[in-house]
Design a protein. Structure first.
Length: 633
């Protein structure tokens, strides 16, 4: 009898140890990331990896750590609302067999003869968003919409392997305004000593404003490849932007595996990522606002204070001239490696390098223990290399400060370091504080300043031994920057307050102010290096005596657009009251104007700036309202 009982116990323990653990990613727009960051500020969980997204297994592990740590740290105790929000989030990852009307999915589980648990999920979701803008000066009313239906299947195969596939279609409309033309190469290019092949490629391109119906720098492309106009679905043509009603599709998927109690994590898939950021969505290197691409990543954590991550993937071209023509000069791969170290909950430091390179079988860029920046010296200078670092200082219960830097190219011997276009870098400083406000949950205040220098995220055309054409190597994917969402030659001051309250569901709200300044990419007073399509050619950076030819002087070298963006908004997730709907909205005002200088643009002289208002560079005030809902959030 004792042997039988022992056998049953051992069998149950073995089955439990082989239970499925979902390792698929939690999307970056899930509010749980903000919740976790606020708990981290309180010291309720250790400093977390800067390689996101996290897996469902990792998120559950973090939430359980927070809930258990609270009992040991009474000075960092959670409010009743905060505890309930965490418990609701934890419950949302649990499944029961059969169809769930609350989740819009079905879940099945079975155990094999060897005791391994296998699971299967299938479900649907729908999101609709409508946004309107009214411009007061011209009395111009614009509307836009973004609607997507998605279906997914996913599952676990034992405790270490998970998979997920999703696909869907969308209907969208997002009008933009044509502003003018710009040239890839800087003003005065024709006078440079550059070969005729590249002169022939200095063809003007069209410049458009940010989508008019939405808040600046918030609208994201959710479609893959091309889109199709509503009145030409049967045609074989393509369209790059939904100026009118258009249809599109998207497909994403991943396979993920975890080993040695999550000390080694491997993922292959097409999804959005956020790496090397002081707070989610602030990365200068690989931002959550970037378009997804397929890649294989590994995360290695030999100690609690040391992590190493690597990612290699294939970037996607921007379809502007047809599938064959547009892709012919953009055949790039992407690799990034990052090391992280932290001292308890007080200091966190990360650094690494990245590479955009014409496709080839280059194993060194995929190896996590090599610097991509220095490895290039071993294989030839054909690639777009960058280095980056982030330092976070935190005092649990109070807040944190951070600084990040992204270095594209620098000439450290330059006597005029900050005034030369060839010194291309981006910097960011920020501070975030936890606010203990009674009756509110996870309240915080963030102040952040970001500066993107001219030509950052761009790259000159490159001639390689394995391609006949001149190849583009900009730091972009599907026409969108891989790094920060601002264009080159910009800066941003952002102030944001956000909080939550529990009342028949989770209500989250925020108030935000942004000041964005950006050099004009078009027109008579355009500033070189202000767009992702710009090229800073290597042969035109110095004259015959080696003296710099191209100078920059932020705000003092041409026309600059100033945007003051005020908005308030929130979301109401009603899953807590058994209604599978999330409502969201944003309301605000955008005040935009231009400044210019007296004298010749593109000079390094300190010239006074003054506000202008012309048909080319007008002053505008817009009221914007965005509302939407998500079914089965």
């Amino acid at each position: 009898m004792k042997k039988l009982i022992l056998s049953v116990v051992v069998s149950l323990f073995a089955a439990a140890s082989l239970a499925a653990q979902t390792h698929t990613a939690v999307p970056l727009d899930d509010p749980i990331y903000t919740v976790i960051e606020q708990a981290q500020l309180k010291g309720l969980c250790p400093v977390l990896s800067e390689a996101k997204p996290y897996s469902q297994y990792k998120i559950k592990e973090i939430i359980n750590t927070i809930l258990s740590a609270e009992a040991e740290l009474p000075w960092a105790a959670l409010t009743a609302a905060e505890r309930a929000i965490l418990q609701q989030a934890l419950a949302s990852f649990e499944n029961e067999e059969g169809w769930s009307w609350l989740k819009g999915e079905t879940y099945q589980q079975h155990t094999t003869k060897s005791g391994i648990t296998m699971t299967f999920n299938a479900g649907v979701s729908w999101q609709s968003e409508a946004s309107v803008s009214y411009e007061f000066q011209d009395k111009d009313f614009v509307w836009g919409t973004d609607n997507w239906g998605l279906a997914f299947v996913s599952g676990d195969m034992g405790p270490a392997f998970s998979w997920n596939f999703s696909a869907g279609g969308g209907l969208m409309r997002s009008p933009r305004e044509y502003l003018g033309t710009a040239y890839p190469f800087y003003e005065g290019f024709e006078n440079g000593d550059i070969d005729l092949l590249r002169k022939d490629q200095n063809v003007p391109y069209e410049v458009y404003c940010e989508p008019l119906a939405f808040f600046p720098y918030t609208y994201q492309k959710h479609w893959d490849g091309s889109i199709f106009k509503g009145d030409s679905l049967g045609s074989s043509g393509f369209f790059e932007w939904p100026q009118g009603i258009a249809f599109g599709y998207q497909m994403n998927g991943e396979m993920a595996a975890s080993f040695l109690d999550n000390a080694i994590f491997v993922r292959a898939g097409r999804l959005q990522r956020d790496w090397a950021s002081g707070t989610t969505g602030s990365s200068l290197v690989l931002n959550a606002a970037a378009r997804p691409f397929f890649g294989v990543e590994t995360n290695f954590e030999p100690f609690s204070w040391l992590r190493m991550s690597a990612l290699t993937g294939i970037l996607e071209y921007y379809n502007t001239k047809g599938i064959s023509v547009s892709s012919a000069t953009f055949q790039n791969a992407f690799a990034i490696g990052m090391a992280e170290a932290n001292y308890r909950n007080f200091v966190h430091f990360s650094f690494g390098s990245s590479a955009v390179f014409p496709k080839r079988f280059e194993l060194g860029y995929s190896f996590p223990l090599l610097s991509r920046f220095f490895y290039q010296n071993n294989v030839g200078d054909f690639d777009n290399l960058a280095m980056f670092a982030t330092l976070i200082l935190q005092y649990p219960g109070i807040g944190k400060i951070w600084g990040s830097a992204y270095v594209d190219e620098m000439d450290l011997t330059s006597p005029e370091f900050f005034n030369q276009d060839r010194n291309m870098f981006a910097v960011q400083v920020g501070a975030s504080a936890a606010l203990p406000i009674p009756k509110l949950a996870f309240s915080n205040f963030t102040l952040q300043y970001t500066k993107i220098e001219p030509y950052v995220y761009t790259h000159q055309l490159v001639k390689t031994p394995w391609y006949e054409a001149w190849m583009e190597e900009s730091y972009t994917n599907n026409g969108v920057s891989l790094g920060y969402y601002l264009p080159p030659n910009s800066d941003e001051l952002k102030v944001r307050f956000e909080s939550s309250v529990l009342g028949g569901g989770v209500i989250r709200f925020h108030a935000q102010y942004q000041m964005v300044r950006h050099g004009a990419e078009y027109g008579s007073r355009a500033v070189d290096g202000s767009g992702l399509n710009a090229y800073l050619d290597t042969t035109g950076r110095s004259d015959k005596e080696g003296k710099p030819m191209l100078w920059k002087h932020f705000l003092h070298d041409g026309a600059y657009q100033w945007q003051h963006i005020f908005k308030i908004g929130g979301e109401y997730n009603m899953e807590g009251i058994n209604i599978p709907v999330k409502l969201f909205c944003d309301l605000g005002v955008v005040y935009s104007y231009f400044t210019d200088v007296d004298g010749k643009p593109n000079s390094a002289q300190h010239l006074p700036i003054h506000k202008i208002n012309t048909s080319e560079y007008p002053t505008q005030t817009r009221f914007i309202a965005t509302v939407g809902f998500k079914l089965y959030p």
